[in-house]
Structure formats: structure tokens, C-alpha cells
Design a binder for this molecule. Structure first.
Ligand SMILES: [Zn+2]
Length: 318
């Protein structure tokens, strides 16, 4: 299998994540994150979508209308959030980005044009990371320390590419519900960065996204149902001392009824004793200080026989 990575107790690197002790005796943690996909997520699917004024206006709702409203709500609730931003969004809305940063929220990396990295070479992925970094640093004056892969799609090269660029954390993986140290590769002496796990069930995309001929199921959920689902998840995460990492998109959750539901959820968070509401960077800094032994994910290798799976390309009909 694999050698234990940097664990003095000699435990398998693929073991379950260790429980986390939270600052000041807190019981659990919550991160509010906003992915500022805006036009980039649609242009990355097909650049010709850029010729469709109505489609572009649907995406522009995020930065134009959603984000100012979200900033006002976060100020009312006195919480700081993390905004994962594609470099393209930063270049298109530089004043808005500076406004988000000036309000004390964290700006983190979310690709350049919301690129899907499946099948991408490490060199191309590196170039995407560098272009996004350059754009965010130029617009905000600060180099981001966090990364969330567009569509949460990463490669086995991603951790090393992030470490080469000084990132402190990633927030794209789904094997746990508490943060941990992610080793670049199995084995002693491997470098690691903090991983803050996510999940589709804590993402507004699956609830609200609908853009004909681009994405979405065509089903737009009732914010009351979404609030009910997330409130139940929050209670369970809190009971287990986990990290409730919620992903929202301003072009979706900036809309009125959804924003009201979100504010109700934050009021519920405030009422939970011992819930630490923090930015992803604050959580990563705390977790790094715990000096956890890293975990790793050896890439699956299948020993195929002639005429079996090896003849099938990924995604080919079974
Ligand atoms: Zn995104």
C-alpha cells in the first residue's frame, strides 16, 4: 500500500482525519465562502456564450447586484467570509474586489477563467495558477494564501503546484468533514498544506443553478427547503466538532429570497454556543498550528488485463 507520511505513531497516511480542537474552547467551526464565478464559469464552458447578452447579464448579477447586498448582510451579522475569485472576475470588477478586501473579507484563488483541469497537463495547470495569482495580486495588492479548484476538480499534481507557490491551504477535496494536513505524496518528509474539505450538499449550486443550454437541472429549489437542509447539517456538524464549510455563489445566493434565508442561517449560527465563525485562512492558520501528521491519497492503480478496462477511455460507454 503506502508508507506512513510523517506520522511518528507510524499510522497509515490514509487513516481517517484526526479530530480538531478549536480555538478558545470552541466546539466546532463554520466558514462562509462565496465563489465569484460570474461570467468566467460560463465562458470557460464555451467562449461563444460571451456573445449572449442575457446569459452574461445572468452571471453579472453576482458582482453587480449580489456582492454589494451580501457585503451589507455580512456587515449586519458582523461576520467575515472568504471570497474565492477567478482572476478574470478580479480584472473585470477590480473596484468590487477592493471593496470586498477593504471590508476585511479574505480573497482567495479560484482559477483564472474557472478552468476545468481534468486532463490538463501539470504545466498548463501551473500556468493557470500563475495567471490567477498575478491578477488577484495586481488588483488587491495581496497575494492569496488559499485555493479552491474551479468545480472542485483537482489533479494529483495540484498539491505540489500549490506548495511551490506558497499556498497555505486548499479547499477542494471531500474525504472528511474536518480540516487536515494533506501530504503532497505518501512517504516520509513529504510537504503538506492544510486541506479544508467541501461537499456538494453544502453548495448553493445544486439548489439554485439553472441556466438553459449551459448548466443546471432546471429545478430551482425553495430557499426554505435549502435553509432547512443546511440548518440540520449545521447542527450535526456542530455536534461532531466538525468544520461546516458552506459554498455560495453571488450570482445565485445574492438573489433576494435566498439571501434572506442565508441571513437566517447565520442568525442560527450566532445562537449556537461554541461555534467559531471564521475565514478559511483563519481556520488554516489554526490547523497548521496543531502540527497534525499529514494524510495522503495514493493514486489508484488498476492492474488491467488485455481486452479489459484498458481498452476503455475515461468516460467511454460501459
Ligand atoms: Zn466556481
Amino acid at each position: 500500500m503506502t508508507a506512513a507520511a510523517n506520522d511518528p505513531a507510524g499510522r497509515d497516511a490514509t487513516r481517517p482525519a484526526d479530530p480538531i480542537s478549536w480555538p478558545d474552547g470552541a466546539r466546532s467551526a463554520a466558514i462562509l465562502s462565496y465563489d465569484m464565478d460570474a461570467e468566467a464559469v460560463v465562458l470557460a464552458i464555451d467562449l461563444s456564450h460571451g456573445e449572449r447578452l442575457s446569459v452574461m447579464s445572468h452571471q453579472a448579477y453576482g458582482p453587480v447586484t449580489g456582492v454589494p447586498r451580501i457585503l451589507a448582510m455580512l456587515e449586519r451579522q458582523d461576520v467575515k467570509a472568504t471570497f474565492f475569485c477567478p482572476g478574470y472576475t478580479a480584472e473585470r470588477y477590480p473596484e468590487l474586489l477592493r471593496r470586498v478586501a477593504d471590508a476585511g473579507h479574505e480573497i482567495a484563488h479560484h482559477g483564472y477563467l474557472h478552468e476545468a483541469v481534468r486532463g490538463m497537463s501539470a504545466a498548463a495547470e501551473a500556468a493557470m495558477l500563475d495567471r490567477g495569482l498575478e491578477a488577484l495580486e495586481r488588483v488587491t495588492g495581496r497575494r492569496p494564501v488559499g485555493y479552491r479548484a474551479p468545480m472542485w476538480e483537482t489533479t494529483y499534481a495540484t498539491p505540489g503546484l500549490l506548495l511551490d507557490r506558497g499556498f497555505a491551504y486548499d479547499s477542494s477535496l471531500m474525504d472528511c468533514d474536518v480540516p487536515y494536513e494533506l501530504a503532497e505524496h505518501p512517504g516520509d518528509g513529504a510537504r503538506s498544506l492544510v486541506e479544508i474539505p467541501v461537499h456538494w450538499a453544502l453548495d448553493d449550486w445544486e439548489q439554485y443553478a439553472y441556466l438553459p443550454e449551459a448548466f443546471g437541472s432546471g429545478l430551482i429549489e425553495d430557499p426554505a427547503k435549502v435553509l432547512s437542509m443546511w440548518t440540520a447539517e449545521l447542527a450535526a456538524y456542530h455536534d461532531h466538532g466538525a468544520c461546516f464549510t458552506l459554498t455560495n455563489h453571488p450570482f445565485l445566493s445574492g438573489r433576494l429570497g435566498r439571501l434572506r434565508a442565508m441571513e437566517t442561517l447565520i442568525e442560527t449560527m450566532h445562537a449556537l454556543p461554541g461555534l467559531w465563525i471564521a475565514t478559511a485562512e483563519q481556520v488554516a492558520t489554526h490547523v497548521r498550528g496543531l502540527r497534525l501528521a499529514p494524510r495522503a491519497f495514493p493514486q489508484p492503480v488498476v492492474d488491467t488485463r488485455p481486452g479489459e478496462l484498458s481498452d476503455r477511455s475515461p468516460g467511454a460507454p460501459a
